[in-house]
Design a protein around this ligand. Structure first.
Ligand code: AMP
Length: 286
């Protein structure tokens, strides 16, 4: 596995690979790799000649008072895991090299970023689109891999790539979970032992809501179930819990084909997100 730190070197390496007719699969991450990230890399390995993974804790997507400084990092461990997962190039630039000056151009997401994490983390998705625009240009992928765990991010990126004709395909990868249902996350290591025991109740609450939604079709009842259940997790504070249409992230309507039940929950210093997709059977009139 080749390691590249410099933006210019990544650019010339990707140009060379594309000129040689190689397809590039790209897996953007913030590192502290777990099996969720490795599932993305595994899928990229199957579908492309060359797999590029980036590890970059992107300062542009953290707000003031968020956990940019305390976000877990371990590049050497990540490099070993990435190599084992079949990554060919590990790109780990410095913030100074990625953002040598504060660009006067901003990329702003639309209404899909006004809800869920976008509402509680203002500017977060601006930072995500900023870094991905640069990373897509630098790595020239034919396909880029994203986890359903960050469902809002995925929905916004799909819209961005489609509306602005980025020449690549976005591939969705299902959420990888611990045995007890907790979605794998780099932030899980920052939970206390007790919080780690309580955290699987997030997914259990979403599943309970999904069951109610499927059985009754009653969005309000399902949402009440999720909120009630999240509210009873000891030591946890619900940041949001919502049911929306996916991937538009608009309110559900009679035409909606799929719903997302999404929540963000805070345990002392650690904010965890999770979601579940629920296919909706709507009667079509003829
Ligand atoms: P992050 O390092 O948290 O920015 O995540 C990098 C990529 O890995 C994103 O596309 C995430 O959606 C994806 N990812 C993170 N956790 C999981 C998981 N548990 N299952 C599947 N994909 C994940």
């Amino acid at each position: 596995m080749k390691r590249i730190e410099k933006v210019g070197e990544m650019d010339s390496e990707a140009r060379r690979l594309v000129a040689d007719g190689k397809s590039i699969g790209f897996v953007p991450t913030m590192g502290f790799l777990h099996e969720g990230h490795l599932a993305l890399a595994g899928e990229a390995r199957k579908e492309n000649d060359v797999v590029v993974m980036s590890i970059f804790v992107n300062p542009a997507q953290f707000g003031p008072g968020e956990d940019f400084e305390s976000y877990p990092r371990n590049l050497e461990r990540d490099a070993a895991l990435a190599e084992k997962a079949g990554v060919d190039i590990l790109f780990h630039p410095s913030p100074e090299d990625m953002y040598p000056e504060n660009s006067s151009i901003r990329i702003l997401p639309g209404r899909q970023a006004d809800v869920l994490c976008g509402a509680s983390r203002p500017g977060h998705f601006d930072g995500v689109l900023k870094v991905l625009t640069k990373l897509f240009h630098l790595t020239r992928p034919e396909r880029a891999y994203f986890g359903q765990k960050d469902a809002q991010q995925l929905a916004i990126i799909e819209t961005f790539v489609r509306d602005y004709n980025f020449p690549l395909e976005i591939r969705r990868i299902p959420t990888v979970r611990e045995k007890d249902g907790l979605a794998k996350s780099s932030r899980n290591v920052r939970l206390t032992a007790q919080e780690r025991k309580d955290a699987p109740a997030i997914y259990a609450s979403l599943r309970e809501g999904a069951r109610v939604l499927r059985e009754t079709g009653d969005t309000e009842l399902a949402l009440g179930t999720v909120r009630g259940s999240l509210g009873s997790i000891p030591g946890a504070e619900t940041d949001y819990a919502e049911i929306l249409e996916y991937p538009s992230l608009r309110p559900l309507s009679a035409e909606s084909r799929e719903a997302i039940i999404a929540a963000a929950v805070r345990f002392s210093g650690v904010r965890l997100i999770d979601n579940i997709l629920v296919p909706l059977e709507r009667k079509t009139s003829c």
